[in-house]
Each structure stands twice: as structure tokens, then as C-alpha cells.
Design a protein around this ligand. Structure first.
Ligand code: 9YT
Length: 130
């Protein structure tokens, strides 16, 4: 059994910051944990915009606090995000993520799992690591 406390991840190398500061990702389960997915807590900072396009991964995201919006760049649709709303990028959907009036707390699952310290490239993509 694996039991982890976020307090021990904050400030460690498993806490990754967006290069432009819009989010911080605390990676609680990684590829080497052998679960077949990775599991993160992500804080999206208020009043920010992030372009994301995970071409190599599927991701489900559950908002458990704060507020924001997601813009589907294929359709132009904008969805409000708040405690209790989940979105799944089942088509590797290209999107913009907006932090709202308060920092937004998200629980994220990636398939295939993130290995560790990946950060977005200039196109909002995580590389597929071996
Ligand atoms: C919700 C989202 O996609 N945020 C960007 C960071 C990413 N989820 C991560 O690595 O935790």
C-alpha cells in the first residue's frame, strides 16, 4: 500500500511549477509507483491563462475548490469549473485553462503516467517519456 501526505511533496522535486507561474503540480503517484496512471494535485492560480494540449496523454481533472474556466479550442465552448466539476480530455483536446477569482484546486489523473518532473513545452504538451 502507498500512503502519501501532500505536506511531504510540497517543496520536493515532485512539486513542479509552470515556467510562467500559472500553476503548480504536486505529483502524488508517478509511473514508477506501478499504478498505470499518475495522480496529481494541481493549483491553478487566479487570473491566469494556460494553453494545454496533451497530445501524448489522456487526463481527467476534478475541481475540488476555487473557480475557473476551460475553453475547448476545437469548438469554442467555454465551461465553468468549480468544486464538483470534472472534465476528461478523452480526445487529447486542445484547450485553454483559466484561473478565476480564486486559486483553483484540481485533482488530475494521467494515462500513461507522468514520470516525474515533466513540464509543458511551448505548445502545452508533456513529452512521452520512456
Ligand atoms: C489541470 C491541468 O492540466 N493543469 C496543468 C498541470 C497538470 N495537470 C499537472 O501536471 O498536474
Amino acid at each position: 500500500m502507498i500512503v502519501r501526505d501532500i505536506k511531504n511533496i510540497i517543496g520536493s522535486k515532485q512539486e513542479v511549477h509552470a515556467e510562467e507561474g500559472q500553476w503548480v503540480s504536486r505529483r502524488m503517484l508517478l509511473k514508477d509507483d506501478g499504478m498505470g496512471f499518475s495522480f496529481h494535485e494541481t493549483i491553478i492560480k487566479a487570473n491566469t491563462k494556460t494553453h494545454i494540449h496533451y497530445q501524448n496523454h489522456l487526463e481527467a481533472v476534478y475541481c475540488v475548490g476555487g473557480d475557473g474556466k476551460i475553453e475547448d479550442l476545437a469548438t469554442g465552448e467555454i465551461h465553468e469549473l468549480y468544486d464538483g466539476v470534472m472534465y476528461a480530455l478523452n480526445k487529447h483536446d486542445d484547450h485553454n485553462l483559466y484561473g478565476g477569482t480564486k486559486d483553483m484546486r484540481m485533482i488530475c489523473v494521467f494515462n500513461p503516467p507522468i514520470k516525474g518532473t515533466e513540464n509543458h513545452d511551448e505548445n502545452g504538451v508533456y513529452p512521452l517519456e520512456e
